[in-house]
Ligand binder design. Structure first.
Ligand code: IPD
Ligand code: CA
Ligand code: CA
Length: 266
């Protein structure tokens, strides 16, 4: 295993331990509002610190982009960290959340780790070396289209600029697939696409730390990740479509009629 993957796993497990310590004790936490439907607690912050401590010790010269503490400059490498993906679930005691850590080199994804501490499932990918769940190699599903497909998504519950476009997409996909799921942790949604548990996924307005690791997992599991218009701007726009090749193409085709002007650019 590549050394950066090892370190990212160690860091994700350190973050996961903090999450498990507090899970189910939301009544004891101080919840602060960062924006509409956007909450942060000492759990997010202390998990992030635990993660950064491990990464910094191993690679002090690398830069960092972390959801709660922001950016720290470094060399051409940058860790991209979401210490608790699924905060709303976490605060409600809803058991679906994860730690997400990616490593970029000059903007290219090199390592991705998503950790589900409740199931003790660690999803890892290193560019060119495949994707794994614990020790097991992952492949995206081989489904040939939307018929019978199970598709994941996330609702635009914070930024509602594209709500009408989203609801149009949602309606068409309810009609064309076997089912839609909104588990509530985008990083895990991508990991589950990589594992073939869902056939595809789409969401509008994600942040880079939500899915940088997940995007590499899907690609290394043989899948495709693009922006909403089929281009490569997803890490910038946060509008993203993922899946096995055929499902991903079918998703893009179904979403296309709903792309309002800003979404046409990805
Ligand atoms: C959120 C989760 C959720 C997605 C949101 C994200 P957070 O991250 O990934 O599934 O729908 O867009 O912001 O705030 O829980 O880290
Ligand atoms: Ca997140
Ligand atoms: Ca988060």
């Amino acid at each position: 295993m590549h050394p950066t993957t090892n370190i990212a796993i160690r860091a994700a497990r350190a973050g996961g331990r903090v999450l498990l310590k507090y899970f189910g004790r939301a009544d004891t936490l101080t919840i602060q509002k960062k924006g509409r439907n956007d909450f942060v607690t000492e759990v997010d912050r202390s998990a992030e610190q635990a993660i950064i401590t491990v990464l910094r010790k191993a690679y002090p010269e690398y830069g960092i982009l972390a959801e709660e503490s922001g950016e720290q400059q470094g060399n051409d490498y940058q860790w991209v960290i979401d210490p608790l993906d699924g905060t709303t679930n976490f605060l409600h005691g809803f058991p679906q959340f994860s730690v997400s850590i990616a490593l970029k080199h000059k903007g290219i994804l090199h390592t991705g780790v998503v950790y589900d501490p409740l199931r003790d499932e660690i999803f890892t990918a290193h560019k060119g070396n495949g994707a794994f769940l614990n020790e097991r190699r992952l492949r995206v599903s081989t489904r040939r289209g939307l018929d019978g497909a199970l598709i994941g998504t996330g609702f635009p519950y914070r930024d509602q600029r594209h709500i009408d476009a989203y609801l149009g997409m949602f309606k068409d996909l309810v009609l064309e697939t076997a089912g839609l799921r909104r588990p509530g942790s985008a990083a895990l949604d991508f990991a589950w696409v990589a594992a073939g548990r869902i056939d595809g996924f789409w969401e509008l307005g994600l942040s880079e730390w939500d899915f940088a690791a997940g995007a590499l997992l899907v690609q290394e599991a043989g899948g495709v990740v693009t922006d909403i218009a089929g281009g490569k701007r997803h890490l910038k726009t946060g509008n993203v479509v993922a899946g096995g090749l055929r499902v991903q193409q079918a998703l893009l085709a179904t979403l296309k009629p709903h792309l309002s002007d800003p979404l046409k650019n990805g």
